[in-house]
Design a protein around this ligand. Structure first.
Ligand code: GAL
Length: 666
């Protein structure tokens, strides 16, 4: 557990650097990320490098005892490079190239950019790869930020054709897989295939999904190139990338497979403002962020990181980029920092050391105000640094690995498929995955977030949000684990090529879920369908217990009534169709239920899985790491932990105030 900060020596007079480094160290900062946007200073004119300033900056940081996270500067290609190779610019769906003048103005498929990136990455890695102060690396910055994964350039289309050839081998196989006989779309060669864009009405879904898969693979290829260069010149130094919160435009599992550290950038208030949350939810958590939002991302990145994951950028105060930018409540920067550690983080690094008084982000807070005084977030970072020292001194296992009994399957292709082929306008996969996660967290459970290809051994409960395409061995792996498994609607509803399975959904899952979804319907946002629970015990006998009612929204599956006779029907829609059925350890939700009903059902299934739950409500959250239990209070009222002995507390006490943190040994 340690703290870091993002620093831009190129933004400040050199006369400030030593004092900055000294003050960072005094605050308890241990690592400093630099240079991810500094290409125009590293190479002011083509082929002429200016390393002097960067040598001195790294020396100053190293001399102060700070470890440097060195970045490749490829998120911001300089003007001269773009002028030489305008084909580096990505092309939007409107067919127009994006302009120079902000950042991420490059196309992952551009051969000129690939080469230029190889060159600058090699130059940086050669120069600093063995510098004693350089301890870690970061590739690029936030792949995909500002919607930059998919490009429709000629270079991208050319590489897409190659990608298709490798996947299908013959054009006949592609025609068959896509079903291009529909609307006379048959192709005679791969060279006839364009990007699925600018069509009169919707382009072919299989074509679109393959284009998204291709674009995702391009990100992985580009990152791999950088990682290989860094490893060759800087052996033994872990390589990270800073992913984004709830970002889904490429398959993060594939990119993370090439890294040592999956890190992410946490902006809880900006995220709340920009995501799907209803206005009353946005108002409720305005200055704290949603209690499950940062955690969800921590668990996503913990799951794919070989070394402990990091928060590479932590929101320190108001940001500049959301529609409205509230200030965090006092205590929240500290709470967010501890929450990351509770979820297994190795480092929390604040963005940024000092607020810049110029350019796009001049309204974005730092740990220091532009006139160089410690801001609220800076003070809280200092408090966290002191607390970390105490926690580590007294608890040898504080850095233990998080162990969860519950897993949630999270899949990037599912997001693309439902976006391409939604059938209901608001079928937003990340939202539904988040809602299931949030329900589990509100029951006090620690949750691992894993890919569909994971081993499920060791879990007692596995929750599968709507997953249209399931791996062939998915059912087998789930069954082998012995876990109770909850499937959301639309599970197994498509093949890899985006067809309806021959036996109808849930397709390959019928091995464990003997049912047939013969019809589906999507529901307008203001429409719900009542769900009536059967009140049966786990052995399927009525026990008279009334477990209550709820409703479905957005979607419902109609389950074949013949098949359902072999199933334990645990809830029905008001019109009598099954809403929740069980077969052995597998549970199928034929709709997306309201939060209260989802929580209630998860609690019951967790009990059947032998996992203890705690009804936490919506503002208190609990996490466990090693022998330490962490309690976070996002709410406006104090929370009391009656059952914990006073001398068990490492931080805080039985009364956890609003925005407070308590840590105790169990
Ligand atoms: C991140 C980005 C940083 C900075 C920050 C502002 O997305 O990586 O460079 O722009 O947002 O919140």
């Amino acid at each position: 557990m340690r703290l870091g900060v993002c620093y831009y020596p190129e933004h400040w007079p050199e006369s400030l650097w030593e004092d900055d480094a000294r003050r960072m160290k005094a605050l308890g900062i241990e690592q400093v990320r630099i240079a991810e946007f500094a290409w125009s200073r590293m190479e002011p004119t083509p082929g002429e490098y200016d390393w002097g300033w960067l040598d001195r900056a790294i020396d100053v940081l190293g001399a102060a005892g700070l470890k440097v996270v060195m970045c490749t500067p490829t998120a911001t290609p300089p003007k001269w490079l773009i002028d030489r190779h305008p084909d580096i610019l990505p092309v939007g769906a409107d067919g127009r190239a994006r302009a120079f003048g902000s950042r991420r103005h490059y196309d992952f498929s551009s051969p000129a950019y690939f080469e230029a990136s190889q060159r600058i990455c090699t130059a940086v890695a050669e120069r600093y790869g063995k510098h004693p102060a350089v301890a870690y690396w970061q590739t690029d910055n936030e792949f995909g930020c500002h919607h930059t994964v998919v490009s429709y350039s000629p270079a991208a289309v050319a590489r897409f054709r190659e990608w298709l050839k490798a996947r299908y081998r013959t054009i006949q196989a592609l025609n068959e897989a896509w079903g291009t006989v529909f609307w006379s779309m048959e192709y005679r060669s791969f060279d006839e295939i364009d990007a699925p864009v600018a069509t009169v009405t919707e382009a072919h879904p299989s074509h679109r999904l393959d284009y998204r898969r291709f674009a995702s693979d391009e990100v992985a290829r580009y990152n791999r190139m950088q990682v290989e260069i860094i490893r060759a010149h800087s052996p033994g130094r872990p390589v990270a990338h800073n992913f984004m919160q709830l970002f889904t435009e490429f398959d993060h599992y594939k990119v993370a497979a090439d890294l040592d550290v999956a890190s992410w950038d946490s902006y809880p208030l900006g995220a709340l403002e920009e995501q799907w949350f209803a206005p009353d939810i946005k108002a409720r958590w305005l200055r704290s962020g949603h209690p499950d939002f940062a955690s969800f991302n921590h668990d996503v990145y913990r799951g794919m990181s070989k070394l402990p994951f990091w928060v590479m950028e932590q929101q320190p105060g108001p940001v500049n980029w959301a529609q409205w930018n509230p200030a965090p409540l006092p205590g929240m920067v500290r709470l967010w920092s501890w929450e990351a550690f509770a979820h297994g983080a190795g480092c929390v690094s604040y963005f940024r050391w000092r607020q810049a008084p110029f350019a796009q982000e001049q309204m974005h807070a730092g740990l220091n105000t532009p006139d160089n005084r410690l801001d609220v977030g800076g003070n809280e970072a200092g408090q966290v640094a002191d607390e970390i020292r105490n926690v580590l001194a007294a608890n040898a296992d504080a850095n233990a690995t998080v162990r969860s009994k519950a897993a949630l399957v999270y899949d990037y292709e599912a997001k693309w498929l439902f976006e391409i082929h939604p059938q209901g306008a608001d079928f937003h996969y990340p939202r539904f995955a988040f809602e299931y996660y949030s329900a589990l967290r509100s029951l006090g459970l620690d949750v691992d977030i894993v890919p569909a290809g994971a081993s499920f051994d060791g879990y007692s409960l596995v929750v599968v949000p709507p997953l249209p395409v399931v791996p062939d061995d998915f059912a087998g792996r789930l069954e082998k684990s012995g876990a109770q498994v909850v499937f959301g609607p639309r599970a197994g509803s498509k093949t890899r090529d985006v067809h309806i399975p021959a036996n109808l959904p849930p397709g390959a899952l019928t091995a464990v879920l003997p049912l047939r979804v013969w019809r589906v319907e999507s529901m307008r946002p203001n429409v719900t369908e009542a769900v009536i629970l059967e009140g049966r015990g786990k052995d399927g006998e009525k026990d008279g217990e009334n477990v209550g009612d709820g409703f479905a929204r957005h979607w419902r599956d109609f389950i074949d009534s013949d098949a359902s006779s072999a199933l334990d029907v645990r809830a029905r829609f008001a019109d009598g169709h099954p809403a929740y059925v069980r077969s052995g350890a597998c549970h199928y939700f034929a709709g997306l239920f309201d939060d209260a009903l989802t929580q209630r059902l998860f609690a019951r299934i967790a009990q059947e899985a032998g996992i203890e739950t705690i009804p936490l409500g919506d503002s208190v959250r609990v996490s466990r790491r090693g022998a330490l239990t962490y309690v976070f209070n996002y709410g406006a009222e104090a929370h009391t932990l009656d059952e914990v002995a006073g001398n068990a507390f490492v931080i805080g006490s039985c009364t956890v105030p609003p925005q407070g943190v308590a840590i105790y040994r169990s």
